[in-house]
Design a binder for this molecule. Sequence first.
Ligand code: ZN
Length: 252
Amino acid sequence: MRLYFLNLGRCDVDKGRVLTPGSGEGQRVIIPIVGYLIETDDGRRILVDSGMHRMHIEDPDATFGGTPFGEALTPIMRPEDDVVNRLAELGMGVEDVDILVSTHFHFDHAGNHGDFGASRVVAQRAAYEFARANPDAFPRDIWDLPQLTYELVDGDVELAPGVTLLASPGHAPGHMSVLVRLPTQAILLTIDAVYTQENVDTDNWAGQRDPEAARASAQRLVEIAERENATMVYGHDPAQWAGLRMAPAFYE
Ligand SMILES: [Zn+2]
């Protein structure tokens, strides 16, 4: 089994408004936008999230220009950051993705879901229903598409041998994290349940939609990581991301 880290672009964000309220208001930081590809031993390819829509290459303000989100966050996306191009670097097309795991429906995680109409698309029921009811926060034109058939799940799910989906609500209802048990190490992809190491170190969950739920989810993930001897890989941590091997290199 292999795990690839996909560089799907970056965002220029107001640290104190997005990541760590109370610390760094007005301070801009560049955070990674990420996806993951898991190859299982039986040859299946599981893509976790699809990054920002490629329209942000030409128009960074395409989604949130003129809105309060747009002041706190600006996408930075190059052609090579398009998930289709990252898959091509691995010799794959979208048709080679057997399962798309949609951790939640924010624009930087669900941007290119529309490419995966031939894949199984797995999401938590709570995330799907909440996103449908809140289109301002989860623009539907990128993910609520006729070619997509969602397989809705509730709670933790053993998706494939060594790949466990973990319900981690708080960032959004039905948010998911992913535990990957590779042959030589375990890696827990927190996704947006934990943005950065600083959120854990300072117990700061105020940037999350439901801070108390987010704290409980983060504590559960930390406990699982300790039990599994897993490395936690955070959703948007520039310092940690800079130290990871990017695809086409991989972890196994
Ligand atoms: Zn998010």
